[in-house]
Design a protein around this ligand. Structure first.
Ligand SMILES: [Zn+2]
Length: 266
């Protein structure tokens, strides 16, 4: 059940023993700055999940650049590029009870896959066998359906099309963050903390993530530097909405369980 037109946010470059991952933005920048290198690189791109099917870098417009499978290239049978997205009712359950779905481990895996050059055969963002055919109580184990789904993901390095970020997804990438505290904290009251993810070039707000104080206190101090924006790897699973106010148009979300977020030292 190959998904037609799967858009990949990054691709695996393979040349002999050399393996490297490139995001869509990196390839677009390469095309703009070094056409020779770009032409040599784009012919050696493979699916980041199975490493088998060859990909091409499509650039209809800088805004919509993406990687896609070259026609007639075949992915591995269990490649996650070939499976459907998980139904939203499961996404809601996963968000509310992340422990039941090993969400913390999945997020760690998503980041490891992005930063390490190994293939991603055991895609941590897939769900196996969540749907059991239980119409009749006498149904034997043999008749259980084993369905694989993938959890939608969005790389947080391209803020050009904010509407694509809406909904429950894994958001991940190498980002610049800055913490904000409410300016009028009343003593003895509960208050919120805001992690702002900034555009790496312009340092404008891409995405604001709210934490209640009780959760914020449990985050490792090294990821809460207050003075200036800093770089970190991040993966989190939440419901994102697009918001417009005096800061401009940005994405807004809240983390309500620390199992739904992972930080990664760069
Ligand atoms: Zn593949």
């Amino acid at each position: 059940m190959a998904q037609k037109g799967t858009k990949f946010e990054y691709a695996l470059y393979v040349d002999g023993n050399k393996k490297e991952k490139y995001t869509v933005n990196e390839l677009t920048a390469m095309r703009n700055n070094n056409l020779l290198m770009y032409n040599q690189t784009k012919i050696k791109l493979y699916c980041p999940y199975c490493g088998k099917a060859r990909l091409t870098h499509r650039c209809p417009s800088e805004k919509n650049d993406h990687f896609t499978t070259i026609p007639h290239e075949i992915h591995e049978t269990d490649c996650s590029a070939e499976i459907d997205y998980i139904p939203s009712k499961y996404l809601i359950k996963m968000k509310d009870v992340p422990k039941d779905y090993n969400m913390h481990n999945r997020l760690t895996g998503v980041l490891a896959n992005l930063f390490l050059a190994d293939n991603e055969m055991a895609n941590p963002a897939t769900i196996v066998d969540i749907e059991v055919n239980s119409k009749t109580p006498t149904t034997s184990l043999k008749q259980r359906t084993t369905t694989r789904y993938k959890i939608p993901r969005k790389l947080l390095t391209n803020d050009k099309i904010l509407s694509e970020f809406k909904g429950i997804k894994i958001f991940y990438g190498k980002v610049i963050i800055k913490w904000y505290e409410p300016s009028n904290q009343e003593s003895n009251s509960y208050y919120n903390h805001y992690m702002h993810i900034l555009n790496p070039d312009k340092l404008t707000l891409i995405c604001s993530v709210k934490f209640k104080d009780r959760l914020y206190r449990q985050i490792d101090e090294k990821y809460k530097q207050k003075d200036s924006p800093f770089k970190v790897g991040i993966a989190f699973f939440t419901d994102m909405i697009v918001k417009c106010d005096n800061k401009g148009t940005f994405l807004n979300s809240e983390i309500s369980d620390l199992d739904n977020i992972v930080f990664y030292d760069l």
